[in-house]
Ligand binder design. Structure first.
Ligand code: DON
Length: 561
């Protein structure tokens, strides 16, 4: 039996988020083994401890949903800057026995007291209010989503599944290089929050180093207090009371009614063909449709003949990404705005997108997105069930605030709304309106886990973190596997580019060969070279041959058995 385990990457420097789209500054060692082979099951996560938690549940007889939830809870402990019970996410699920796909949306919602103009001050939008503070906090969906997934498809009770996360939080875990880098970067902000500084900074206020132990006792107690009825205990019980009291004391909008009203949504997954494959994705408010549009525009494009990361291939990719991101303005929470996904994914729309990409005319650019944080995980079990899950508290350490007694870090997901609808931007009022703040609404997300089938059977899954670079990263890793036939580890490790229409610049990883960069510049593209873009994991799926890889850009674990 082939069994292997990928080791946690130790990057050559500390990885830190610096600017919007250059997500990780350290150059990862691509020589490190980021891949694993499994016969029965596979878990890929941006945290090795969390991947281990998922495999532990698989070995106890849990299915992919049980294991995905265990991994999500554990990564909320070990990558606390990225996700956790204060956040929300998307889960794309394939159940082999039913040959069916399910899309679970447990994204945060705007509080009932939220208003479209809540970030306007003296007639001007103040974006900072939507993050780094109490007004950035949206209603957490994480626990409700986990509960919904377990009730529908799980085989174990919450406490059994939460046990590895509770242990990691209570006994402590070694800070990953990535987490240590993020804490160091944000130390001055973490200092201002009693809960965050107590847990994540040393008594002298300095940041821990990679490998130092971090203990989250209060989070462990909160997880334990959820017992086997997490929704009742989180949204209606003591956790809700503590959260609401905290919000009241700090002038936040989130109320008891917000928590009791929160519901995750089972939505219809969306899909589109690509070169004989069917690609399944999360529907809006995810940007899954944008990836499907881009893949559709590249269908029958004979990419393999161009060569992986060849300049002509990259030029085509850039144009298609640009048009895809322009279409992204048309996506939003479908419960509030009519998003005609059928039309967006129709052959006509995709043909038009392809035309615009191949014969570009001046187009109106969408606003640049700005994100950090988030964690993606992928699970395949022995029965062929698959889960692709992305979860987030939005920017690094979310609102940079925590409820100390709960060990709960508050998200700043409100920043994913267009914070200022109607602000003069002649070219995108529609898009901004579609994604404006409304009470109870979910903000548009770039998180886009996908599962790809051939002849009805899953052959790969991928997903990532890194704001808008999730969309371009998932696209490129999928193409590396489907069009260029790379294995999972190579597909993930290949250098990537990112183009999102505005700003008018192509972001290129420094690992892209200089000759390729020059060729793109000679074609007229303006390039910005960054150390690394977002992180994308992948699993390729064949009978008794699962190959998983985490992204060396951020570190993590891939564990097969
Ligand atoms: O849902 C979104 O699009 C963002 N909140 C995701 C943020 C993110 O991926 C940051 N990643 N590193």
């Amino acid at each position: 039996m082939a069994v292997s385990k990928a080791v946690m990457l130790m990057p050559r420097g500390i990885q830190v988020c610096v600017v919007a789209l250059a997500l990780f500054t350290a150059t990862p060692s691509y020589a490190a083994d980021t891949s694993a082979v499994g016969v029965h099951g596979m878990v890929v996560s941006e945290s090795e401890d969390a991947a281990r938690a998922g495999v532990e549940i698989l070995k106890q007889g849990g299915n992919a949903v049980d294991a995905a939830v265990a991994t999500a809870l554990a990564v909320g402990v070990t990558n606390p800057a990225a996700c956790g019970i204060g956040g929300g996410g998307f889960m794309l699920i394939y159940i082999a026995k039913a040959h069916a796909f399910y899309a679970l949306d447990y994204r945060e919602t705007a509080p009932l007291q939220a208003r479209p103009d809540m970030y306007m001050r003296n007639g001007k939008p103040d974006e900072d209010l939507a993050r780094d503070g109490i007004l950035g906090v949206a209603v957490p969906g994480e626990i409700a989503g986990i509960d919904a997934a377990l009730r529908r498809f799980g085989t174990m009770k919450f406490q059994q599944i939460a046990a590895p996360a509770e242990k990691l939080a209570g006994d402590g875990y070694a800070a990953s290089p990535h987490l240590a880098g993020e804490i160091a970067q944000l130390a001055s902000k973490l200092k201002n929050d009693p809960g965050l500084s107590q847990v994540f900074l040393k008594p002298d206020g300095s940041a821990p180093k990679a490998g130092d132990m971090i203990v989250e006792k209060n989070l462990a107690a909160t997880l334990k207090s959820l017992c086997d009825d997490p929704v009742r205990n989180f949204y209606h019980g003591q956790v809700a009371s503590a959260l609401v009291a905290f919000m009241k004391a700090r002038g936040g909008l989130l109320s008891a009614a917000d928590l009791t009203n929160y519901r995750p949504d089972w939505r219809d997954p969306i899909r589109r063909r690509y070169e004989g494959y069917e690609v399944y994705a999360m529907p809006p408010p995810s940007s899954g449709g944008v990836v499907l549009e881009m893949l559709g525009a590249l269908d029958s494009g004979h990419l393999a003949g161009l060569g992986v990361n060849s300049p002509p291939y990259l030029a085509r990719l850039i144009e298609v990404m640009r048009q895809g991101f322009i279409d992204r303005e048309r996506y939003a929470d479908p419960d509030f705005i009519g998003v005609d996904v059928q039309k967006l994914l129709s052959d006509t729309n995709i043909q038009q997108l392809r035309e615009r990409a191949l014969h570009p005319k001046e187009m109106r650019p969408p606003p640049a997105a700005h994100d950090h944080g988030t964690s993606n995980l992928l699970v395949v079990d022995k029965d062929g069930n698959v889960v692709a899950l992305t979860t987030t508290i939005n920017t690094v350490f979310g609102a940079k605030m925590s409820v100390p007694a709960l060990g709960l870090i508050l998200n700043d997901e409100m920043d994913d709304f267009a914070v200022a609808p109607g602000v003069p931007n002649a070219y995108h009022l529609e898009g901004e309106r579609a994604n404006e703040v409304r009470p109870g609404k979910r903000p548009l997300s770039s998180m886009t886990p996908i599962i790809v089938t051939k002849s009805g059977v899953p052959v790969m899954t991928t997903g990532g973190s890194g704001g808008p670079t999730i969309v371009s990263g998932v696209l490129q890793v999928a193409l590396n596997i489907l069009a260029f036939h790379l294995d999972a580890a190579s597909a993930v490790a290949e250098p990537r580019i990112h183009e999102q229409a505005a700003p008018d610049i192509v972001i290129v990883e420094q690992a892209m060969p200089p000759a390729t960069r020059s060729a793109l510049e000679q074609m007229g593209y303006k390039l910005k070279v960054v150390p690394n873009l977002g992180a994308v994991g992948a699993i390729t799926i064949a009978p008794a041959n699962l190959r998983g890889a985490f992204d060396p850009r951020k570190g993590g674990g891939a564990i097969g058995y």
